[in-house]
Structures are given as C-alpha cells and as structure tokens.
Design a protein around this ligand. Sequence first.
Ligand code: 2AM
Length: 185
Amino acid sequence: MRCFVAIDLPGHLKKKVENHTRQIRQEFPNLKWVDPKNYHLTLKFLGEVKDSVVPQIVSDLAVSIRTFSPFVLRLKGMGAFPHPRQARVLWIGVNGETEQARALFETIEDIVVRYGIPKEKRGFKMHLTLARARRPVDLRHLEHSPVPEETFMVREIVFFQSELHPEGARYTPIQRMKLHGTGRS
Ligand code: 2AM
C-alpha cells in the first residue's frame, strides 16, 4: 500500500484553515486544493510498501514513538515550494516545538530505512499543503499571508494509507500511535 506518517490536525483547526482560505481558494480555481478534511503535517512519506510488512513497520514505529512526549506546534504564514515565483505547492508553515517534530522525523527515517525506504534528500521542512499546481505558478503575493495562529498539542502520530483517485487522494488512518513519554527530548 501507498503510505505516509503524519501529524493529524484537530478538527476545529482544519475548519479554521478552511474558512481562512475560502477566498484564495475561489481566486485560484486552477490550483488543486487539498480537501480540508485531509489537512495534515507529513513527517515521512513511505511510498509503496508491501502490505505484508506494514504491521511490522507500524509496530517498530509505535515502540519508538511512544517514548516521545506530547509537544506544541503553531501554524505560521504561507509559503510555496520550490519558489513562490514558480510555485508547485502552496503551504502553511509551522512554529513551536518543531525540534520535536524533527526528532520524530529522524527516528522514523532510521526505522523505515531498514525496510528499504530511502532517506529524504530534500531535507525536512514541515508544512501543511494547501494546494498543488499542475504547472509552476506565481504565488509571490500570497507569501507570508497570515493564517490562524493557533497552538495545538501533538499527542499522537498517525500511519496513513494514501489511495489516489481521480477525484482526489483518500487518506485512511491505519494506526494511531500515542506519544507517551514524560519529558524526553
Ligand atoms: P506534500 O503535501 O508536500 O505533497 C501524502 O502524499 C503526503 O506525503 C503529502 O503530505 C505529501 O507532501 C507527502 N509526500 C512527501 N513526499 C512525497 C512524494 N514523493 N510523493 C507523494 N507525496 C509525498
């Protein structure tokens, strides 16, 4: 199955972002807008993995992830990859205890590399993808646009299945893995 590991967002925050971006979603109908119920922060994209090894990967991940403590993140302004002038991805950035998220990313990478999943070459930059462009588009005027600056607590990490359909991606939580640590950094 095609899968990835991510931080899900609280429902009320997804709703706030949805409301906040309503106008620009109307302004740019040619972008492929992510369905607000699918908003998430990817820690690691695994890609296609044999169904038979998924339970072992999930179990290995859960054992390490549970040693982490819950931590706080906050959404910050908008940005674009690879460059706002020729954007392919419009996103919202993240502030707060991002070093915790990075530590999780590194831990997850070290586990899944044992299953033949390559390490990320582009570096880790956590983001909430709002939209993808079919071809590069100039989104400079949206850079640093304000977003709901709400703090939220990360208490679990989710292993998602991603199914691609013509009407858009469907993400299904396969396993929710709790952060049980008490002060580990
Ligand atoms: P993105 O939002 O920046 O596109 C599910 O596809 C999730 O995995 C998305 O959040 C996506 O990030 C992320 N991802 C990372 N690398 C990917 C890749 N090579 N192909 C598809 N998705 C990828």
